[in-house]
Design a protein around this ligand. Structure first.
Ligand code: GLN
Length: 466
């Protein structure tokens, strides 16, 4: 698909549409909320900003590429004065006192936020059913889940309700819903985009990233949000990715895939055969494809969930009703904490807090948490070794097809295992992109740390190859 951002930019500049019409149209469909994608609409802010864009155009002033472009925001980002609920009862009435750096950069570029989007509460989930706002429905079949945790964001993009949306990816939450809804979703190298103002889930793998309908739109939004931020010490400065630098992939000679992902029992035959067919098409273009050894999916999933649960237990300990959220008074302060958290957090979130505190507790932390850290180091070393041999790793995004709404809630362990192909790249802090091609739930393209440009370049190459 062509770039929606360029297309709308030209329509605005040539006065084929007004910004106000455009924004009103999108707000109207979002208001219907047929797929449970919206937690709150930012209608008055959006319309006000649209009028300003129209005024500029009417005065003959130039507008920037992102000026007037409507976008959605996963409901875990702070936007000053708006509800930021993390799809939880606890924060149902919480309003952001400040704006996240990544979102502020988009606002400064003139993009117009339309809605805070439904997601799994605090990013905990793979289906966007763990939410107080109703399960997000898949863009292509409303009986299936929208994927998660950034399900509302991916569905809005797929349905054209937003031009792009900003998701959050800790273990696959941008890539998996992008795959389930047939759009692009990018998790950049950890630290490329500031996490300031993103509600923390697991700080060591949390990433901000765009979901969009074209590689070009991903590139544009990524460039705007990237950069060093004094408010997030893990950020680094990066160079702008130029369009002309990602159009020709002739320099990519060798890629790889993980043999055990494809040989695993968990992969459904349809995804396996489509993936292998894609590999053949890539080979036919003269690229060498190596089958690589990697950790078993079980090891990846248990390492990820051990660390993610430990980090979320620690991050969410601040949510005790003292400074934020819906406080429920008990007889003693301790009761107040307990009742506030018990009543206001979801079963899934509580499962993770209990699991995480267990992992971190005295007598267990050496055995479990330190082992998790050690495995993470081994996984990273494995990636470093692989990327001396190959420039890109391709893999399916998920082993299975999107489940029916209701099924994942019955079996949390099966839901965790469905993250098998995404979590490893998160632990490695690598740049990785879902493209809506190659299998029914897309293909994942990954490169070594800081090689985000190479990922987009290979994605462009695959556009005409598979
Ligand atoms: N499904 C994974 C989890 O629940 C990933 C979620 C995410 O990336 N926020 O942890």
């Amino acid at each position: 698909m062509e770039s929606q951002i360029h297309k709308i930019h030209h329509q605005l500049m040539n006065q084929e549409i007004t910004c106000k019409q455009l924004i009103q149209e999108k707000l109207d469909v979002l208001k219907l909320n047929t797929h449970n994608t919206v937690n709150s609409l930012l209608d008055s802010m959006a319309l006000e900003l649209a009028s300003k864009v129209d005024e500029k155009i009417n005065n003959g002033e130039k507008i920037g590429l992102l000026e007037g472009i409507p976008f959605g925001i996963k409901d875990v980002y702070m936007v000053q004065g708006t509800y930021t609920t993390a799809s939880s009862y606890l924060l149902k009435n919480y309003k952001s006192p400040y704006t996240a750096t990544a979102i502020q950069k988009l606002l400064d570029a003139g993009a117009i936020p339309l809605a805070k989007e439904n997601c799994d509460s605090f990013g905990h989930g793979s289906s966007s059913e763990n939410t107080i706002f109703g399960a997000v429905k898949n863009a292509h079949n409303p009986e299936l889940v929208g994927g998660g945790s950034s399900g509302g964001s991916a569905v809005n993009v797929a349905k054209g309700h937003t031009v792009f949306s900003i998701g959050g990816d800790t273990g696959g939450s941008i890539r998996q819903p992008a795959g389930y809804n047939h759009v692009f979703g990018f998790k950049p190298t950890y630290g490329r985009i500031s996490r300031f103002g993103l509600m923390a889930y697991a700080s060591s793998t949390d990433c901000v990233g765009p979901i969009a309908k074209s590689i070009e739109d991903i590139r544009i939004v990524l460039n705007i949000m990237s950069g060093k931020d004094v408010k997030d010490q893990t950020t680094y400065s990066s160079e702008t990715i130029l369009q002309e630098n990602i159009l020709n992939a002739d320099d990519i000679k060798t890629i790889g895939y993980f043999k055990n992902f494809i040989e695993s029992d968990a992969i459904v035959p349809e995804i396996k055969s489509a993936f292998l067919a894609s590999i053949e098409k890539i080979k036919a273009k003269g690229i060498v494809v190596k089958a690589l050894d990697f950790f078993e999916a079980d090891t990846l999933v248990s390492t990820y969930y051990t660390l993610a649960m430990a980090e979320t237990a620690s991050n969410l300990s601040r949510l005790d009703g003292t400074n934020y959220g819906n406080r429920i008074e008990g007889d003693t302060l301790k009761d107040t904490y307990a009742i506030t958290r018990s009543e206001n957090l979801s079963e899934e979130t509580k499962r993770r807090i209990v699991g995480g505190n267990q992992v971190l507790s005295q007598g267990f932390s050496d055995e479990i948490y330190l082992k998790g850290l050690n495995l993470r180091d081994q996984i990273s070393e494995n990636f470093e070794k692989d990327f001396q041999d190959v420039e890109i790793i391709v893999s399916p995004v998920t082993p299975g097809l999107p489940p029916k709404i209701g099924d994942s809630l019955k079996d949390p362990l099966a839901m965790y295992l469905s993250d098998a192909y995404t979590v490893g790249f998160s632990l490695g802090q690598l740049p990785t992109l879902t493209i809506p091609q190659g299998t029914a739930t897309g293909l994942q393209i990954t490169a070594a740390k800081n090689n985000d440009e190479l990922v987009l370049k290979f994605a462009n190459f695959l556009k005409d190859t598979i």
